[in-house]
Design a protein around this ligand. Structure first.
Ligand code: HEC
Length: 233
């Protein structure tokens, strides 16, 4: 037995001698069998670095560029610059939520009037066709181009009517994504998200309208358009 303790002590000392005790600082770089990108030639934030003339690792943003999610001064306040507003605010306009629940209806911050509502809708149509139609289809039925190439389970947006699916929830899905759909919070500014929602709602209403009513208003619109067109002699 006493040889066992002796051997144990010797082995323990040998192990610590070779591998060092926990917390020991080595002066040589460790031997790494599988490097796993542990060492990289990267600049460390807040650390000096001889690569740049000023000797600093931390860099200023490149001139005339803005980091993703950047807020222009005052953009979060009403009357800011909606084109640059990606997030950062609280309340219904920025989250789609009223307290703990999703709200519905267009937020006051859009300052909608009969004139600019048409403009918002047109903007929504254009943005929808840029960002959503590849998957959801230009009529929102979930049969976009990617579905033909096998993306499964794309939602038919015509089923997500306001009665069962509040505007705020749609806003939240556009911002954060869901399942195979990624979030658009970094690509689509807040105002455009509401514009897209307004366009989806318009498509849902248009789909429910009786054929005769749609045909009548289509014919009227067409007649008006034809009468204002310069006639081709
Ligand atoms: C890359 C394809 C893709 C694009 C682009 C896309 N979606 Fe989706 N979307 C999906 C898929 C897939 C689902 C189903 C997600 C699930 O239920 O897991 C979905 C679901 C949804 C839903 C229903 C979510 C729910 O609660 O079930 C809404 C609303 C929606 N998308 C809106 C949009 C809007 C608006 C855009 C454009 C800004 C957009 N999507 C762009 C693929 C896409």
């Amino acid at each position: 037995m006493k040889y066992f303790f002796l051997a144990y002590a010797i082995i323990a000392i040998a192990v610590v001698g070779v591998f060092k005790y926990r917390g020991h600082h080595f002066s040589e770089p460790p031997i790494v069998l599988l490097p796993d990108m542990d060492d990289q030639d990267v600049l460390k934030a807040q650390k000096p670095d001889s690569f740049f003339a000023d000797g600093q690792g931390a860099r200023q943003p490149v001139q005339h560029t803005a980091p993703i999610g950047f807020q222009k001064d005052g953009a979060t306040n009403l009357g800011g610059i909606p084109e640059y507003e990606f997030s950062g605010g609280s309340g219904y306009y920025f989250t789609g939520q009223v307290g703990d629940y999703f709200g519905t209806g267009m937020p006051e911050e859009l300052k909608l009037t009969p004139e600019n509502a048409t403009e918002l809708l047109a903007r929504g149509e254009e943005r929808f066709n840029v960002y959503c139609s590849v998957c959801h289809g230009s009529s929102g039925d979930g049969q976009g181009m990617t579905s033909k190439y096998g993306v499964p389970g794309i939602a038919n947006l015509m089923m997500f009517t306001p009665e069962i699916y509040p505007d705020g929830r749609m806003f939240d899905v556009i911002t954060k994504g869901k399942g195979n759909m990624s979030g658009y919070g970094y690509n689509v500014p807040v105002r455009d998200r509401w514009a897209i929602i307004s366009y989806i709602r318009a498509m849902q209403v248009a789909r429910k309208a009786p054929y005769d009513a749609v045909k009548k208003s289509y014919d009227e619109g067409k007649a008006k358009q034809d009468s204002t067109k310069p006639s081709a002699k």
